[in-house]
Ligand binder design. Structure first.
Ligand code: ZN
Length: 248
């Protein structure tokens, strides 16, 4: 059994709660689809925890933190520069800092295994393309993306969890009672976001995958602690904390 997590966004309380939940489910390996950092108050701690995952992909915010941020809105960009300062801060040994930096810099953009593709954004543009639920009405876009998928594709980036089928239907986790049975037909699975869900449910989101069944997990965490930390950091705008409460 695998656990697939994504979009942690420096939210340590959410990540710790998810890792604890994963422990209870007989998981052999954790795959992370990127955006370990950005928006939240604990980039260093989250990178250190994620280093233990078997596969960790590069997200657009991770890339922004180590290279030059491009295409971000001003609050997101400020958070990225603050994140970079945290990674460069000399409060820790040079060895520890360099290890984190190199880890992020070496992340691959995609991973293929047993007919499954793992990306942050989409099969067509692994780092930056969003595939939103409403894209089922954009037949051209979806056909092109599906054409690049052998069987199953796991992705993140939108922070909106759900299943896309090749006949262009979208199923949110609550519509399918949090379980989806794969049947060999091409399927895209957005695993949702650990640290900043945007589907109206504030709880951290990730999936369990045994090769056939996708199981969505929602995990409560100490959201007020995260919000207080965000409020206390001037470079992180307060709405980045407020939005956690609404899952938006
Ligand atoms: Zn993200």
């Amino acid at each position: 059994m695998k656990a697939i997590i994504s979009d942690i966004h420096s939210n340590l309380e959410a990540l710790q709660a998810v890792l604890k939940d994963i422990e209870r489910h007989g998981v052999d390996e954790i795959y992370c689809l990127g955006d370990v950092v950005g928006y939240g108050p604990n980039p260093r701690e989250c990178i250190d925890l994620v280093m233990k995952c078997k596969v960790v992909l590069l997200g657009n915010h991770d890339q922004g933190a180590i290279f030059d941020p491009e295409g971000f809105n001003p609050p997101a960009e400020r958070a990225i520069f603050w994140t970079r300062a945290q990674l460069e801060s000399s409060a820790e040994s040079r060895h520890v800092r360099e290890r984190r930096w190199e880890f992020l810099a070496e992340r691959p953009r995609s991973h293929r295994e047993n007919g499954c593709l793992y990306v942050h954004g989409s099969a067509r543009n692994p780092l930056n393309e969003y595939v939103f639920p409403e894209d089922i009405y954009n037949q051209r876009k979806m056909e092109r993306i599906f054409a690049l998928v052998e069987r199953y594709c796991f992705q993140g980036h939108t922070h909106v969890p759900g299943i896309f089928t090749e006949n262009l239907q979208f199923h949110s986790p609550d519509e399918i009672d949090y379980v989806y049975q794969l049947d060999g037909r091409k399927t895209l699975c957005n695993v949702g976001s650990v640290g900043q869900p945007r589907d109206g449910d504030w709880r951290a989101c990730y999936v369990l995958f045994d090769g056939q069944t996708i199981r969505y997990q929602r995990v409560e965490y100490d959201i007020e602690t995260t919000i207080k930390k965000i409020y206390a950091i001037p470079e992180l705008e307060n709405f980045l904390g407020d939005r956690l409460r609404d899952g938006r």
